[in-house]
Design a protein around this ligand. Structure first.
Ligand SMILES: Cc1ncc(COP(=O)(O)O)c(C=O)c1O
Length: 455
């Protein structure tokens, strides 16, 4: 099994970094200027964390392509880390937004589209009642709030390696086997999170964590996607559901990313039965929107008189004024109705399979101790031979040096991989030619690394 020679890796990374900088004078100049007004030179901190000395500055994005200010065109396999899983500015969504923008955007009142959206979410994901929010973080945060209201308990159980946005309770990791610690990548001190954290796929740890009967909810992705893809082992979801029910703990499944498994997410694919379902990012085609579903049983436990409780506002602590807007409703309706359809997912998954197969071929041809993992239209390669089973194994499998080289090498050849991991998302607009280009570049990079050929 060939090992990657670190000297060669460093040499290639240096060469690619130099090329990245030299080819992007306009992005570089904008970044320098932006440092005078934007904190760290970007409107959102993530943006400095793409590999490369500075982020590319976008001039436009359309379908599965993105163009930067220096005129480079990229096959975008990052797709805003799912926010543009639809492809950029899908026409039906763009048209619906354009029509609605001239007829009102925010009203604190419902529209007819809202009814269509509620019915479609119920049909797709199986839970009968829905609320609309602006971000997935919000959907998770408010699901936790409702779970606490319904159970009268405080604690939230999450899995090591999870990411659910900036929900404090989930920015934690396992310390010395079982205690909770702030996640090592989180900047700044957090208030003591009201959390317990365990490893995914560990039924015994789950039983132990829920046994005291003080956990309001488990917040989980059906398959983890933020520390690489981590699949549930056979029987794990059955155990998770049985143990949560036995302990009176509610189950929140966050399908913000795992929607990539199919039009109904893992919940429909795998016949899961969460108490709450949350999703954000892609459902309005790139416009900020998110949704939270809840079961009839939970809804009954939360039921207030039809016009609320005298002296209390239902929205306070459980929503926002720019959530559930008529603009979001128009965008979600168009996106779910015409873009993220069953037929679109079928195509997206076939194209993702082509990408994964191509990468596997290269890995096998060079007998590399690497693997590819795919969940629907999301494919990810990791630089270890076996799929990690939990967050600890996934963390140990990170290879930041290889990861950086992959991203910069790809960017220099017109491909954007998702930052923070070597992950590719396939939109309805991503073509077989796009993934063939990716697979060709991946093959060239591996050959350079292993044999010293190419360039
Ligand atoms: C599974 C999951 N849930 C929630 C979020 C939060 O999304 P947002 O940052 O749009 O609130 C993320 C973000 O990556 C996520 O991966």
């Amino acid at each position: 099994m060939p090992l990657i020679e670190r000297g060669k890796l460093a040499e290639l990374t240096k060469r690619e970094e130099e090329r990245y900088v030299a080819d992007r004078p306009k992005s570089r100049a904008l970044f320098e200027r932006a440092r005078g007004s934007l904190f760290r030179g970007v409107p959102m901190g993530w943006m400095t964390e793409w590999p490369g000395s500075f982020p590319v500055f976008v001039s436009e994005a359309q379908n599965a392509r993105l163009k930067d200010v220096d005129g480079h065109i990229y096959v975008d396999l990052a797709l805003g880390d799912s926010g543009s899983l639809t492809g950029h500015s899908p026409l039906p969504t763009a048209d619906a937004i354009a029509r609605q923008v001239y007829r009102g955007m925010t009203t604190m009142l419902p529209s007819e589209d809202a009814v269509w959206v509620g019915e479609e979410l119920a049909r797709r994901f199986g839970l009968p009642f829905w609320q609309i929010y602006t971000t997935a973080t919000d959907a998770d945060r408010f699901a936790i709030r409702f779970a606490r209201m319904a159970t009268g308990r405080d604690l939230v159980l999450v899995f090591d390696g999870c990411y659910h946005g900036s929900v404090d309770e989930a920015l934690v990791t396992v310390k010395h086997g079982s205690a909770v610690a702030q996640h090592r990548k989180v900047i700044g001190a957090l208030p003591n999170p009201a959390s317990r954290v365990i490893q995914f796929n560990d039924v015994e740890a789950l039983e132990k964590a829920l046994a005291p009967g003080d956990v309001a909810c488990v917040l989980a992705e059906p398959a983890m996607t933020n520390a690489g893809i981590i699949w549930p082992e056979p029987g794990y979801h059955e155990a998770l559901r049985a143990i949560t029910r036995k302990c009176g703990t509610l189950l929140i499944l966050d399908e913000t990313h795992s929607i990539c498994a199919g039009a109904g997410g893992c919940t429909r694919e795998w016949h899961l039965e969460p108490d709450f379902f949350t999703i954000g990012k892609s459902i309005a085609g790139g416009l900020p929107a998110a949704a939270m579903g809840l079961t009839r049983e939970v809804s009954d436990r939360l039921t207030t008189p039809p016009r609320g409780i005298p002296g209390k506002h239902f929205g306070i602590g459980t929503g926002g004024t720019v959530a559930g807007t008529i603009l979001q409703m128009a965008a979600i309706r168009a996106t779910l109705g015409e873009v993220l359809t069953e037929a679109a997912f079928e195509r997206m998954i076939a194209v993702a399979t082509r990408l994964a197969d191509g990468v596997t071929e290269t890995i096998s041809a060079h007998a590399l101790p690497w693997h590819v993992n795919r969940l629907g239209c999301r494919a990810e390669y990791r630089f270890v031979s076996d799929r990690p089973r939990n967050g600890a194994e996934a963390d140990a499998a990170f290879d930041d040096e290889l990861d950086t080289l992959m991203h910069v090498y790809m960017a220099n050849r017109g491909i954007l991989l998702t930052p923070f991991h070597t992950m590719a998302l396939i939109s309805p607009q991503t073509t077989e030619e796009d993934v063939d280009l990716h697979n060709k570049v991946f093959g060239e990079l591996v050959r350079e690394l292993v044999e010293g050929a190419g360039g």
